[in-house]
Write a protein that binds this ligand. Sequence first.
Ligand SMILES: [Ca+2]
Ligand SMILES: [Ca+2]
Ligand SMILES: [Ca+2]
Ligand SMILES: [Ca+2]
Length: 322
Amino acid sequence: MRKYSILISLLFIASTYHSIDVDGVNDFSADERIINDSYHDSYWGSQNELKNLFLTWTAETLFIGCEYTLNNNALLIFLDTEDGGISNANGLNWYPRDVQFSGALPDYLIALWNCDLSLGGVRKLNSDGITTTPVSFLGYNSGVPGNENFLEIGIPFSSIGNPEKLMITALICDGDHSPAADGMPDDNSIRGTGSAIINIFREITIDSNGDGLPDDSVKPADIAKNVEFSVSFPSFIKTELSPDIAKEGPVHISVEISDSTSLSILLFDKQGKFIKTIAEVEKTKRFEYNWNISDLSEGIYILKFIAGTKKDIRKMAFVRSK
Ligand SMILES: [Ca+2]
Ligand SMILES: [Ca+2]
Ligand SMILES: [Ca+2]
Ligand SMILES: [Ca+2]
């Protein structure tokens, strides 16, 4: 009889509000498993695998659980909860990794090293992309590297700005500035080597009517959904020289780019030898410039336009006439 009453109470508490004992023993229910990742998709083998991500809440506290293995590597769980945040984790002063974000701008990071939460914690990621601020939390991880592990964390909603919804991604990375080897949700840019640009996140609505109170009677697994942002690289819409044959300047240079990004305009001779930088801008979408050609001798020149770090490149010829 007692057995049945325990079963009934477990079924009853499968939806929010559900308080988790933060003790490293998984007491989330199947209704709170928001991601079920492959157990065999890590680039670094079975001892560095993300497996399941759990999430639930009470009126005051967000609970996150993560089932994983890790051996001499780091577990990072990024949360996007509000405006602002970071687009590149590689410049952070805490757990910097070679991971960028497209679409979402994470605001918080839960991180640990080698199954030891005392070497990590929870921090706010400030919009400068560098500084981080510790956030109070309740956490437990009883880890043995390489073995099956369960991380449990409770974060007061009030210390993460009472979000109405959040987007989440979990990653396994190595040490500072290293790449990612497994992610959940899966993201094709994770290859165990090189930069990853994460553009798929799991989204969960916590406070659907925006009354400041997290929703009750919700099964997080039912409302979780993937959000995919398209990765767009800036490209040139227009590069113009007016005129493109001239004896005297200035020559008017007009550039239009699809997205706001960095722009370099470089000058080469016709043999391809670099002469000088004509202009360099950190961030622009439309760029107008009066180029002084008084120091150019007669001849044919090549102008090279470079947009962004993913580089759309255009070349144009210019003739300094007699
Ligand atoms: Ca527990
Ligand atoms: Ca996995
Ligand atoms: Ca954000
Ligand atoms: Ca995965």
